[in-house]
Design a protein around this ligand. Structure first.
Ligand code: BT5
Length: 324
């Protein structure tokens, strides 16, 4: 209902919407409308109420609530259900629970802050309040297990395109799960999965984007390696709008991944957005560090590198350092 009220206020920019019109649209009493307006004001919306005129939206806060994200969202699958919480330990944890309980494909779990945001291999993800996008997508692709990890690469293409669009500055993908601007990380992806036999039961794609974090607000250990959209663009961005851009870029790529049986058909798009291939890299793998040149990525998303002794090596899983 709050979504309907906000929508009506936004449809009349600068003007008043009568309480009566809201009552009719929502099918509730004037008192109920007034209560919702109070709740919106408490959440930070500046709404002016004038007797005999109605309500006017003066200013909206930068929120990532379901109502804010839905406003004008152009997708038909991803984000049809949105679960918002002010604070969560990790959106991936709640998304996993909800997926296990049958939440539909395309469900988005999003929080204003995370108290235990996580990266890969038990690392921490800095997720302060009011300034980032910390969200998880629940997906149920009907694909064999072998294709599950490729979803990280699909999401990376979508994010790279979305963040380039949002800032007007070209972002780049560092294999496998980082989006960088000028060599600094602004977004990371954490895919977790649940499989039964050889089939994917569900995937949870966790996405962290630093949006309105001034460079000085990153902790010391992230100062030289992290950046935010605000730092790149030179001004704040509306987080809900960035979420919509991400979901809208992701949906068609996800459909291609599902309908064409994996990452192969997105390989060219990945290559067009990557900053990994052609460069010297060190792959930090479970078997130790491997140095050489990143040559190519295959249709399964595996990185091919040429070692300094001329031998070729396939990298399935690693952190990499790129020397540009
Ligand atoms: C990642 O891991 O990059 C995956 C990050 C996924 C975060 C999202 S937020 C929503 C969802 N819920 C979660 O709990 N997680 C997901 P990895 O490649 O392991 O990188 C982690 C490393 O990035 C850390 O060890 C730090 O060095 C660095 N780091 C931590 N926070 C950062 C931030 N906000 N921005 C840039 N770098 C960060």
């Amino acid at each position: 209902m709050q979504g309907t009220i906000l929508h009506m206020l936004r449809e009349t920019p600068g003007g008043f919407v009568s309480g009566e019109a809201m009552c009719q649209a929502c099918g509730v009493s004037r008192t109920a409308i007034w209560k919702h307006i109070k709740d919106l004001q408490d959440a930070g919306y500046q709404i002016e109420a004038v007797r005999n005129k109605g309500y006017r939206l003066v200013e909206s806060p930068d929120l990532v609530t379901a109502a804010e994200i839905r406003e004008g969202l152009q997708t038909t699958l991803i984000g049809q259900s949105i679960i918002y919480r002010e604070s969560l330990d990790s959106t991936n944890t709640l998304a996993q629970q909800m997926a296990n309980q049958g939440a539909p494909e395309g469900t988005v779990v999003i929080a204003d802050e995370q108290t235990s945001g996580r990266g890969r291999r038990g690392r921490q993800w800095f997720s302060p309040p009011h300034s980032g996008i910390w969200m998880s997508l629940i997906l149920r692709p009907e694909l064999p297990l072998a294709h599950a990890a490729q979803i990280t690469l699909v999401a990376a293409v979508a994010l790279c395109q979305a963040l380039s669009r949002a800032t007007g500055v070209k972002a780049g993908i560092k294999w496998p799960n980082d989006i960088l601007f000028n060599g600094k990380k602004c977004c990371g992806i954490l895919t977790e999965m649940h499989a039964e036999f050889d089939q994917i039961h569900h995937l949870v794609v966790g996405i962290g984007i630093n949006v309105n974090i001034p460079q000085a607000d990153f902790p010391d250990e992230l100062q030289s390696i992290a950046t935010s959209l605000q730092a790149i663009r030179g001004e704040k961005l509306a987080r809900a709008e960035v979420v919509r851009t991400v979901l809208e870029e992701f949906e068609p790529l996800y459909r291609r991944y599902v309908n064409n049986g994996g990452f192969g058909s997105l390989r060219d798009a990945w290559k067009a957005n990557n900053i990994t291939l052609g460069n010297r890299i060190v792959a930090h793998t479970a078997r130790g560090d491997i140095e050489g040149k990143a040559l190519d990525i295959d249709e399964f998303g595996v990185l091919l590198m040429e070692k300094d002794n001329g031998e070729q090596e396939k990298i399935y899983s690693a952190d990499i350092t790129v020397f540009v």
